[in-house]
Design a protein around this ligand. Structure first.
Ligand SMILES: [Zn+2]
Ligand SMILES: [Zn+2]
Length: 250
């Protein structure tokens, strides 16, 4: 974890560039560029962020086949929201100190700024990721995170600069913002199924658009469960895929 702070600055600059990609995407994006961007957002958000970074690596709420452990982690890595080690450490700290001092997330407008831009400079604590730190696959991806991303950017640029925008930068910007909305709004507005000690809520629009992540009050009620759906209409896309491929669920 030694050079994590330096890497956080790189994540900041990478996401600034990703946010600027909205300009070429709107000006020059063809219909197929938009299809590619949505597909990449699905792979990085559903397979990467919610199924792997969140439900598998943060909560161990399901047991994935080995190939998916690797594939999902690589999808999450590609999504430009930080390494698995960094993401999981921050998320576990959120569960440890939810809506209290020490929570890297926060509700409201101030919370959005904190999550959207300041969380990039948050230094995660190794004690939350002991298992991942012992895994050379995760430590490799953490250590070389920005070299890997430099490689991805250069490769796409060499193939086609518009593909770099549509298949990489633009979906990374969408995923980053979707994650920020989840980490802010689902502790700000929405409805609650469960009277948890924290202020977590469910937001249907985010539930559907973020592959189940918007059912956040359900998740805080039972963080160890891979299933975020507590009512018949609270459709959880991530859990549907987990049911298809899991070896075992908690
Ligand atoms: Zn939360
Ligand atoms: Zn969680």
């Amino acid at each position: 974890m030694g050079n994590y702070t330096r890497d956080q600055w790189l994540l900041f600059f990478a996401q600034i560039i990703a946010h600027l990609s909205i300009i070429p995407m709107i000006m020059y994006g063809s219909w197929y560029h938009w299809v590619i961007a949505i597909a990449v957002y699905f792979v990085t958000g559903c397979f990467g962020m919610t199924m792997t970074y969140h439900r598998l690596l943060s909560h161990y709420s399901w047991k994935a086949p080995k190939w998916f452990h690797y594939f999902g982690t690589l999808a999450g890595t590609y999504g430009l929201t930080g390494s698995s080690i960094g993401w999981v450490a921050i998320h576990k700290e959120h569960h440890r100190h939810t809506d209290m001092e020490g929570d890297p997330h926060a509700p409201g407008i101030k919370g959005f700024i904190k999550v959207q831009w300041l969380s990039m400079f948050y230094t995660p604590k190794p004690r939350y990721v002991i298992k991942l730190i012992r895994d050379s696959f995760h430590t490799f991806l953490h250590k070389y995170y920005f070299l890997i991303h430099l490689g991805i950017a250069v490769t796409w640029y060499a193939i086609d600069p518009m593909l770099m925008v549509a298949a990489y930068l633009f979906p990374a910007m969408i995923l980053w913002n979707a994650g920020s909305f989840i980490n802010t709004l689902t502790h700000t507005i929405g409805y609650r199924n469960h009277d948890t000690k924290d202020g977590s809520t469910n937001i249907p629009l985010l539930g559907f658009l973020m592959w189940g992540e918007g059912w956040h009050n359900n998740h805080h009620k039972n963080p160890g469960s891979a299933d975020f759906q507590h009512k018949w209409w609270e459709f959880d896309v991530g859990h549907q895929f987990i049911k298809l491929i899991s070896v075992k669920e908690k």
